[in-house]
Design a protein around this ligand. Structure first.
Ligand code: UDP
Ligand code: MG
Length: 310
């Protein structure tokens, strides 16, 4: 029988894990595969670790866990999980049951019978989400798909089932600044998407605030596009052009009409504008240098403190 590994990044999920396990087990029984769970405890501050320890005690062959030495973020947790997974197929799921396990049989069928390497999922609505958040999410996808050659599907979740081959490819991408949605699209492979209605968390709280999502989208842009760098040089080019034109105008005006010394306030405004643009562009360059800095340090993506199988 083929094996399916489920990777679950967990950050403060003590309440959701038992519910998650129960509902996935229920679906798993109906599927022609053997399940393996790889929970990754991403430095939770609650009882997540002891919940995982207990679960492992009850199902030693089936449930595995990793415990990080601190919170390294979902991206690192995903990478760690993919590395640990041993199944023929691997599926990434959130612990909060926002990723409906009912889709698993269909996802598996598509991979096994229809020759797909990867079946992703997307929410076809954003119900129960603040309007302003949906608006910015839409805007983000528009921008990133225009400026990056790696296309992102709007509303795509991390919930996806992949073949071992694709997982190996994802693991080859060892960059420190990980943006999984981009990496999963970048590696290619034949992918299809299932849609489903958005649903709320079963328990606990989302760890994403509006601000953290905003920062996350900037990360995505810097990681998968060089367009901002080009914007910086465009701005420079056009302000030079404007300055040269302005010079001409002033010189010609002085020749024909003399030079009444005025325009002090406009001068200050222009100075401020140019100074601001310079700092803005320097900032953009700085973001990229920051990324290079982190990348060259070659730090590990995560540190494991405790593991069930040693
Ligand atoms: N998560 C994690 N590390 C973090 C933040 C989140 O492993 O630093 C996990 C979390 O436990 C959950 C999944 O990532 O299983 C998705 O998180 P959440 O539900 O907060 O995000 P949302 O569904 O609101 O996008
Ligand atoms: Mg969630």
């Amino acid at each position: 029988m083929k094996r399916l590994s489920i990777i679950i990044p967990c950050y403060n999920e003590e309440d959701t894990i038992p519910l998650f396990f129960a509902s996935v087990e229920k679906i798993g029984k109906t599927m022609p595969v053997e399940l393996e769970y790889c929970f990754v405890n991403d430095g939770s501050n609650d009882q997540t670790l002891s919940v995982l320890r207990d679960l492992h005690k009850n199902y030693p062959a089936k449930v595995h866990y990793l415990d990080f030495s601190r919170n390294f973020g979902k991206e690192a947790a995903l990478y760690a999980g993919l590395k640990e997974a041993t199944g023929d197929y691997v599926v990434i799921m959130d612990a909060d049951l926002q990723d409906p396990p009912e889709l698993l049989p269909e996802m598996l069928r598509l991979v096994e019978e229809e020759d797909y390497d990867c079946v992703g999922t997307r929410r076809d609505d954003r119900e129960g989400e603040p309007k302003i958040r949906s608006f910015f999410a839409k805007l983000f996808y528009k921008i990133i798909n225009r400026i990056s050659s790696t296309q992102l599907i709007e509303g795509a979740r991390d919930y996806r089932l992949m073949t071992g081959k694709m997982v190996a490819a994802v693991l080859e991408v060892t960059e420190y600044n990980r943006f999984s949605k981009g990496i999963l699209s970048w590696v290619g492979f034949k992918t299809t998407y299932l849609s489903y209605k958005n649903r709320a968390r079963v328990a606990g709280e989302s760890s994403w605030s509006f601000w953290s999502l905003f920062k996350y989208s900037l990360e995505a842009i810097v990681n998968f596009s060089e367009a901002p760098l080009a914007i910086a040089s465009f701005i420079g080019f056009f302000s030079c052009l404007a300055a040269i034109l302005g010079l001409f105008v002033i010189v010609i005006r002085t020749i024909f009409y003399g030079d009444p010394t005025s325009g002090w306030p406009s001068m200050v405004c222009i100075l401020l504008l140019i100074g601001g643009l310079q700092l803005f562009c320097l900032g953009i360059v700085g973001r990229y240098i920051g990324k290079i800095f982190l990348e060259t340090k070659n730090r590990p993506l995560y540190i494991v403190k405790e593991k069930d199988k040693e």
